[in-house]
Design a protein around this ligand. Structure first.
Ligand SMILES: Cc1cc2nc3c(=O)[nH]c(=O)nc-3n(C[C@H](O)[C@H](O)[C@H](O)COP(=O)(O)O)c2cc1C
Length: 184
């Protein structure tokens, strides 16, 4: 079971970093597996804790992949990284073990605090489509163009039928990134 979250970490100097990550459920906790190199990975080595933010604001997923990394944060209760102000709920997690790998180390996490801030309002297909498109955008250099364009055409249907203003804005940021990638 993987949950798509927005992860907040901090550097040794206290600089906050915000990035989308899938967290894998594991016995007694969760696992984050950042590919090398990444700021999140460096931060976890310097300050071994993170916040998993559960949010329906998909602009944060799309924004982090398109150069929009500044999102309002609020101090956490038990760990150094802050939580997102937009989180419906969040979990503060401490790193308890690391499986080392040159390509993709796995950090085992234990929840030390959690809180809920707003109710879950139900599924929205455009939000799911934006998360899928964000994953495609994060892999543009690895995926064949034909696959990317076919999957975007399918995801576009859900966006056209079910998006609100935030989902449309997030979708437009991602589509601009796809166009720029193939124009380059
Ligand atoms: C929904 C979603 C899930 C992701 N999950 C992972 C992941 O598990 N591991 C990873 O290395 N990158 C993942 N990515 C890509 C990272 O968000 C992206 O590469 C990010 O910039 C991490 O690098 P950074 O810490 O240097 O910002 C994911 C992206 C999205 C949109």
């Amino acid at each position: 079971m993987i949950r798509e979250t927005i992860v907040t970490t901090v550097s040794g100097a206290g600089v906050v970093h915000i990035a989308p990550f899938g967290l894998t459920e594991a016995p007694g906790g969760w696992v984050i597996a950042p590919f090398v190199p990444s700021t999140t990975l460096e931060n976890l080595r310097a300050v071994p804790a993170l916040v998993a933010n559960y949010t329906e604001d998909v602009r944060i997923f799309a924004g982090c992949l398109t150069g929009r990394r500044e999102w309002p944060c609020v101090a956490s209760a038990r760990v150094a990284p802050p939580r997102l102000a937009a989180a419906l709920a969040h979990a503060e997690m401490a790193v308890v073990a690391v499986d080392e790998s040159a390509e993709r180390p796995r950090f085992h996490l234990r929840v030390v605090h959690r809180a809920t801030w707003a109710p879950f309002a139900g599924f929205n297909r455009a939000q799911a489509a934006v998360v899928e498109a964000a994953i495609l955008v994060s892999r543009l250099t690895m995926l064949p163009r034909e696959k990317v364009e076919r999957e975007i055409a399918y995801l576009q249907i859900a966006v056209d039928k079910t998006a609100g203003a935030a989902e449309r804005e997030a979708w437009d940021w991602l589509m601009a990134a796809v166009s720029a990638h193939y124009a380059a």
